[in-house]
Design a protein around this ligand. Structure first.
Ligand code: PEP
Ligand code: MG
Length: 877
């Protein structure tokens, strides 16, 4: 195995293909050097293979020899020797992983200096410069590589400044810098018990090892956890000849973007400083100049740089971010990478580059330049919380930002809303009984609950910003305030919640409203074209009402993949549902069901009308019945208060009898259908009557009836018998038959494993990955997830929250098995997914590869899903 590659290694003219091995920085340096032949200080990359080997079993065999070979080659090219006492070659040692992790790992500059070579550098440059570089090197090497606390060096500098009356580091005279360097040497020797390693080769090996080590540093691990970057990739290390932007007034350094990263406007954009090093530009300690001033100060370099920017864009077909240095009038490119950009900029750049006659991005390329996060920024308001301390954090359950007054009950939310107030509904957790309050809330905050808890699913469906599972939130016993540590937040106090980041803030934080730039439609239209051309997945929606369906269709949904009928059982229908539950005779039950048919039919008519001509998957009732009944705590309290009437007593008795310790594994889904025999027939009748009415009115309803939580073919056949009877009854009254199918959700491991049996009798499948995840992991989707997940992620026990992004190796394996076994029996059967994963870009990619026909997600997620479905199709080519 080769561990080290020179920047000018040609890699068959495509180093970018080797980003895994060379890291982002190394691959781009190689690309600039060997393919574009830009002025890049020479150097070499030690691969991520070497780092991974080091992480497992220490310094890899043969690595020293390879490094030595490449150092010798650098020396030969530069005509200098590393750390030569007369005229030293000096190098930088920088990390560079596959995914950018800005500032998270370590860097060492000016490596090769020691008490003798600093004199050589002084001869070549000047004394002050040489000793300034030396003391910087000693403190960097001392702290980063040898682990000496940084303050030990900073204290010495502060002391030196005080002694000679210097206001800043730049005012320290050469002689003092020389003393400081000597002092730093002593500090290192005192702290480590050995003298500073003067041998440049030993320094190099120690520095490389320190960069490897920094991969596992706390900062880097935390960053990767947040960004979902796997912990086993390792970093590459780039060793490069030093160039100096701080040599003199004919030198400088800058950071330049090839276009404006905020607006996307064409033209170079960035900051620049004369006589400075890179860190002076980024640290903000000196006031930088706009890159355009290069035109006056260094006119030739300005022309050269703009030419390089254009070449980079033509080559990479993207907007780039660069770092460059001018050393005594000579331009050097130190780094390039795809530039980070805002949502509006991403759209504008994609469209402009597609129209640029010299670039002409294809629709697939243009679509690839826009990331799901960019759309997220545009589609939801954002908090501008820069510099504001968070009060607490939870899971980012539904994106967007909201500011409002705290209230603690759904009824209060409704009252305040009626008075024209914006409210944030704060609950320990939410239940279906809270929906009227959730509907009017500007935002939702819960102390418990995970990403597929009731609050999260409902909030996402309605586009209401929500933070759930904010563990630190403790609602006080009187229910009129909550505590976070020592801070008390009372009813009526203003807070701001950011459902995109999970942050909660005290007081009002400015909100940047959502905006849709003109390029959005164009980019989404390209995404649809690309996806269709490449046979990608369709995007359907989860919607339970006519208005939601209409909204989803306007966002571009081409079907409803999940209509959760339980949401139609709430509000003023709750008393009828309760009558059905507590019915003691079949007649009473039938009477209640007959009433429900009426209201459900009206709902379905609205939905079919909104989705005319497109498929609508209606899922028969799923949740455990106790969700429609009073909670045990309430019962206990009311019973203690006494004075209950007969009806309430009857209701409470039913609530006790339906109460289950583990309702998510209990009497719900098809099991409910089996117990309440008239229920699924009633729902099917309502769907069919609605479809028939729509058809009579000239519409083209496409009804798909879906049974939840099926585990055996036999139970599905039982309920399908009742469903088919209702379908036939209605079909026989029509001149043209309705387009109807009956299928099942696959949301238990058994259903996935026995998909072949079930496919014999089911027309279609839809993966309910929320339940499938819950049941595969044995993690509750409702409560422990919030508490547990943060720790699992922080400890690296999981890379992603599996309720947010599909667990490809476990739950995903069940999906693959389900698809394969189902289609083996029923070739070409329609298979989709309607769990919350249907809106997650990484999961969408997985579902594409697993062969699904569509993903179904909340209406507000559709633009993101359309883009991600196109990305998935492109990635698979
Ligand atoms: C699922 O389990 O993934 C699903 C879509 O159903 P629900 O979330 O309603 O249980
Ligand atoms: Mg489910």
């Amino acid at each position: 195995m080769t561990f080290v590659f020179s920047f000018d290694h040609r890699y068959e003219n495509n180093p970018m293909k080797l980003k895994d091995l060379l890291g982002g920085k190394g691959a781009n340096l190689a690309e600039m050097t060997s393919v574009l032949e830009l002025p890049v200080p020479p150097g070499f990359t030690i691969t991520t293979d070497a780092c991974r080997a080091w992480l497992v079993s220490g310094w890899p065999e043969g690595l020293d020899r390879e490094i030595e070979h490449h150092v010798a080659e650098l020396e030969r090219r530069m005509g200098l020797r590393l750390g030569d006492p007369g005229d030293p070659l000096l190098v930088s040692v920088r990390s560079g992983a596959k995914f950018s992790m800005p500032g998270m790992m370590d860097t060492v500059l000016d490596l090769g200096l020691n008490d003798r070579s600093v004199e050589g550098l002084a001869d070549r440059t000047d004394r002050r410069f040489a000793y300034d570089s030396y003391r910087r090197f000693l403190s960097l090497f001392g702290s980063v590589v040898l682990g000496v606390p940084r303050e030990r060096f900073e204290d010495e500098i502060a002391l030196a400044k005080k002694e000679c009356g210097a206001a800043t580091d730049a005012d320290l005279p050469a002689a003092v810098l020389e003393q400081l360097a000597a002092r730093f040497g002593e500090v290192i020797e005192q702290a480590t018990g050995s003298p500073f390693p003067a041998d440049p080769r030993a320094q190099l090996r120690l520095a490389v090892e320190a960069v490897f080590r920094s991969w596992s540093g706390a900062r880097a691990v935390a960053y990767r956890t947040r960004e979902h970057i796997p912990h086993d990739l390792g970093t590459a290390v780039n060793v490069q000849v030093m160039v100096y932007g701080n040599r003199d007034e004919n030198s400088g350094t800058g950071v330049g973007f090839t276009r404006n990263p905020t607006t996307g406007e064409a033209g170079a954009y960035g900051d620049f400083l004369v006589n400075a090093q890179g860190e002076d530009v980024v640290s903000g300690t000196r006031t930088t100049l706009p890159i355009s001033t290069l035109g006056e100060l260094f006119p030739e370099i300005h022309v050269e740089l703009l030419d390089i920017f254009r070449r980079l864009e033509l080559h990479y077909r993207d907007m780039l971010d660069t770092e460059f240095t001018i050393e005594r009038g000579h331009l050097w490119m130190l780094q390039t990478r795809a530039g980070k950009r805002t949502g509006p900029a991403a759209l504008r750049i994609a469209v402009d580059m597609a129209h640029d006659p010299a670039i002409v991005l294809t629709p697939a390329e243009a679509v690839s330049l826009v990331r799901p996060e960019h759309l997220e920024q545009l589609l939801h308001p954002q908090l501008d919380a820069k510099g504001r301390a968070v009060l607490t954090r939870g899971l980012s359950a539904s994106p967007g930002a909201a500011v409002g007054q705290v209230c603690f009950t759904a009824d209060d939310a409704v009252r305040l809303h009626r008075d024209g107030k914006r409210v944030i509904l704060v609950r320990s957790e939410t239940s279906p009984e809270d929906v009227h309050g959730m509907q009017v809330a500007a935002g939702i905050l819960t102390a418990r609950g995970g990403l597929v808890s009731h609050a999260a699913v409902v909030a996402r469906g309605w586009g209401i910003p929500a933070v759930v599972g904010a563990e630190e939130v403790l609602i006080t016993a009187d229910g009129h305030s909550f505590m976070v540590g020592d801070t008390m937040i009372r009813e009526g106090d203003t807070i701001s919640v950011d459902g995109t980041t999970g942050g909660v803030f005290l007081g009002e934080i400015p909100v940047v409203e959502a905006s849709t730039p003109p390029e959005l439609e164009q980019v989404l239209a390209w995404a649809d074209d690309v996806r269709r051309d490449l046979n990608g997945m369709q995007v359907w929606t989860n919607a339970d009402t006519g208005p939601d369906a209409a909204r989803a269709r306007a966002f571009g949904a081409v079907g409803i993949g999940l209509c959760r009928t339980e949401h139609m059982f709430l509000g003023d229908r709750l008393p009828v549902v309760r009558r059905m539950i507590i019915a003691s005779t079949p007649d009473e039950e039938m009477a209640a069901l007959a009433e429900l048919v009426e209201v459900q039919r009206q709902d379905f008519e609205e939905i079919f009308a909104a989705m005319d001509g497109l498929p609508v998957v209606v899922r028969l009732l799923d949740p455990p019945l106790h969700e429609f009944l009073p909670r045990l705590e309430e019962i206990i309290q009311r019973e203690a208060e006494g004075g209950l009437d007969d009806e309430t007593r009857e209701l409470f008795a039913a609530a006790r009898s339906w109460h289950e310790e583990n309702p998510m594994l209990g009497t719900r889904g098809v099991r409910l259908g089996v117990l309440k025999t008239g229920l699924y027939a009633m729902q099917t009748r309502a769907v069919m009557q609605a479809a028939a009415n729509c058809q009579r009115a000239g519409g083209h309803p496409v009804a798909k009836i879906m049974v939840p939580l099926v585990v055996t073919k036999e139970e599905f056949m039982l309920v399908r018998g009742w469903i088919d009877e209702e379908i036939s009854a209605i079909q026989s009254t029509l001149s043209a038959p309705l387009d109807v199918a009956v299928g099942t959700m696959i949301e238990t491991p058994r259903a996935a494993l026995r998909a072949d049996d079930i496919a014999e009798v089911a027309d279609f499948f839809s993966f309910g990955t929320n339940d499938l995840t819950q049941m595969t992991f044995g993690f509750s989707r409702d409560d422990i997830e919030g508490r547990l997940m943060a720790r699992y992620l922080a400890k690296g026990l999981l890379v992603r929250n599996p309720f947010e992004s599909i667990d490809q190796r476990g739950v995903g394996e069940l999906v693959r098995i389900g698809v394969q076994r189902g289609r083996a029996v029923r070739p070409g059967m329609s298979i989709g997914v309607c769990g919350e994963h249907g809106g997650d870009p990484d999961s969408i990619r997985f579902f594409h590869d697993a062969g699904l026909d569509y993903v179904s997600c909340s209406p507000f997620r559709i633009p993101v899903a359309r883009l991600a479905a196109a990305h998935a199709a492109i990635a698979a080519t």
